[in-house]
Write a protein that binds this ligand. Structure first.
Ligand code: ADP
Ligand code: NA
Length: 324
């Protein structure tokens, strides 16, 4: 059985971008793969997080994974910092990564730009991500498009290690979601939707209630003209809504276009908001139940134990290969 690994940062509440581009696919993949889905809290601290907020967001993200359909019987769900092998192998991979290739990462450039006191870990975070993945002999990594470059680096580091030390790592494949791979900001459809956007209206969080979802959709930026057509170049706002609608309804973009082409922008927004709410409202009920239960903590304890065991062999091999 092949192995899948992926993660989401608890740096806020996940958005529908995280859901449609990543989490939804985790749920589909867990049936056919040996599955590891991580809450990558050590990645989140590459930018300052409030202590209590981080703890809350970590638990909440785990509950969202499960509420979205990840099944602890089929997938190992765990918190990164509870499995020390990640940081250990991350360090070793930092030792073989070049500063030049880390500086070329566009996410580093974006996050570091105009900032004084840039944390060193903003630069060295991709080798940690490589460690997350390589520890489990991962074959595929489902991610949104923004992670493509980091995954390329993961492959490079795996190949370099295999060549310089010992051929131990599986070189993983990147699995970018079809349509949901890049959900755009509702306010700036030329920018990706992100949970760390300072403008709350730019994203719909997985925990926004129905009223908020409808309100944010209503204020989504659309384009000039009034035609509803999928055309990312000339109609990025409308195309983004069509994409969100289509994936939420499990239909193709063409079908969504046909269904909505005679509508106004106003009803496109309303229909898209309703389609999103149909998914999120029941999921939020399950999330609330999990947050109030000790079941969640038991799942995470069990997940950490499974992940520690599963990663220990690869860590030992890597240490032996490097002479540690
Ligand atoms: P964020 O940028 O929102 O903080 P993360 O870095 O935690 O997100 O990414 C978690 C997963 O969600 C990754 O696989 C990432 O590619 C995916 N993702 C993030 N934003 C989007 C988006 N706007 N559209 C599609 N996928 C996304
Ligand atoms: Na599985």
């Amino acid at each position: 059985m092949k192995t899948v690994f992926s993660g989401v940062q608890p740096s806020g509440t996940p958005t529908i971008g995280n859901y449609l581009g990543a989490i939804k696919h985790f749920v589909d993949l867990q049936k056919d793969y040996r599955s590891f889905f991580c809450i990558v809290n050590q990645h989140a601290i590459t930018v300052p997080q409030g202590k209590q907020e981080l703890q809350h967001n970590t638990r909440s993200l785990a509950a969202l994974y499960i509420a979205a359909g990840l099944d602890p019987e089929k997938a190992t769900i765990f918190i990164q910092s509870e499995v020390p092998a990640h940081a250990q192998l991350g360090w070793m991979l930092q030792c073989i990564a070049y500063i030049g290739e880390l500086e070329r990462m566009t996410q580093f450039k974006d996050k570091a730009e105009g900032r004084s006191g840039v944390p060193g870990a903003l630069l060295t975070y991709p080798p940690l991500m490589a460690a997350d993945i390589l520890l489990y002999g991962t074959d595929i990594v489902p991610v949104g498009e923004d992670q493509k470059q980091h995954l390329e680096l993961t492959r490079t580091l795996a190949e370099r290690f295999n060549q310089q030390y010992n051929d131990i790592f599986t070189v993983p494949e990147t699995k970018i979601a079809g349509n949901g791979a890049r959900i755009m900001s509702l306010q700036h459809p030329d920018k990706k939707m992100s949970k760390s956007d300072s403008n709350q209206k730019a994203f719909i969080s997985m925990l926004d209630d129905e009223k908020t979802i409808m309100k944010k959709m209503k204020s989504a930026v659309t384009d000039s003209g009034r035609e509803i057509r999928y055309d990312t170049e000339n109609k990025p706002g409308v195309s983004n809504l069509l994409t969100i609608y289509a994936i939420s309804k499990n239909i193709s973009i063409e079908e969504a276009e046909q269904k909505l082409s005679s509508e106004s922008y106003g009803s496109l927004k309303e229909e898209t908001g309703a389609a999103v709410a149909d998914i999120l409202v029941p999921l939020q009920e399950r999330h609330a139940e999990l947050m109030a239960s000790s079941e969640l903590d038991e799942i995470l304890d069990q997940g950490a134990e499974t992940a520690r065991l599963a990663s220990s062999k690869m860590l030992a091999k890597a240490e032996r290969a490097m002479g540690l």
